[in-house]
Design a protein around this ligand. Structure first.
Ligand SMILES: Cc1cc2nc3c(=O)[nH]c(=O)nc-3n(C[C@H](O)[C@H](O)[C@H](O)COP(=O)(O)O)c2cc1C
Length: 189
């Protein structure tokens, strides 16, 4: 029997994405985002939804660009930190000792220490409710550390070691074992 629990922003799991952006003065910032994900394949696009009160929102409105930095489990503290404190009050790169690198592809910084980066230019933007803006960024390029690439030349999830977020318990979880081959296990016999 199903029990109604009412409308909530629940999906299990959410990705943990760290958004890189520049402010008007060119100061780099990072923010944690769990409301986001891939939203189109051709062209490849990603959606993120920062609240309007965030420094990141104001930055992206100005620059129309952002990076999506995917942290490995070893950076869980840093990812959480950038989801607690605001770039309005401090330079989070300096506070954490992380290295901002200017993207060659878009007007945004990425995190040198993180293994997997999407460089995005804003192609659409929507207001959602009173407080949130959804940005859709076209992925102009991806930068990945050589060490996390698989034999096909693309990021290998077991090497990236991303982690996921559960809004219900407000916890982070590691990505587990391979379950089955997609677009295969469900094939008609
Ligand atoms: C795991 C996690 C996920 C988060 N996801 C979002 C999100 O999707 N949208 C949002 O507006 N805030 C989200 N936050 C809160 C922001 O990251 C937080 O308000 C941050 O201080 C904003 O930084 P900024 O002001 O420097 O841009 C999240 C925080 C955490 C810890």
């Amino acid at each position: 029997m199903k029990i109604s629990i009412g409308p909530k922003p629940f999906i299990q799991p959410n990705p943990v994405l760290v958004i890189g952006s520049y402010d008007q003065r060119g100061v780099p910032n990072m923010m944690a985002v769990a409301w986001g994900g891939i939203c189109c394949s051709v062209p490849p696009c990603v959606t993120i939804s920062p609240a309007k009160r965030t420094h990141t929102y104001a930055n992206i409105i100005t620059t129309q660009a952002f990076t999506v930095n995917i942290p490995s489990t070893s950076f869980v503290k840093e990812a959480d930190y950038v989801g607690i404190y605001s770039g309005k009050k401090e330079n989070k790169f300096e506070a954490l000792g992380l290295t901002p690198v200017r993207s060659e592809a878009v007007n945004a910084p990425y995190v040198a220490e993180f293994p997997f980066i999407l460089e995005c230019k804003v192609i659409r933007s929507f207001e959602i409710g009173e407080y949130t803006q959804q940005f859709i960024g076209e992925i102009v390029d991806i930068k990945a550390e050589e060490e996390i690439l698989g034999e096909d030349g693309f990021p290998d999830i077991m090497k990236v070691q991303p982690f996921v977020y559960d809004e219900v318990g407000r916890n982070y979880y590691v990505v587990g074992d391979l379950l089955a081959k997609a677009f295969s296990v469900g094939k008609k016999k």
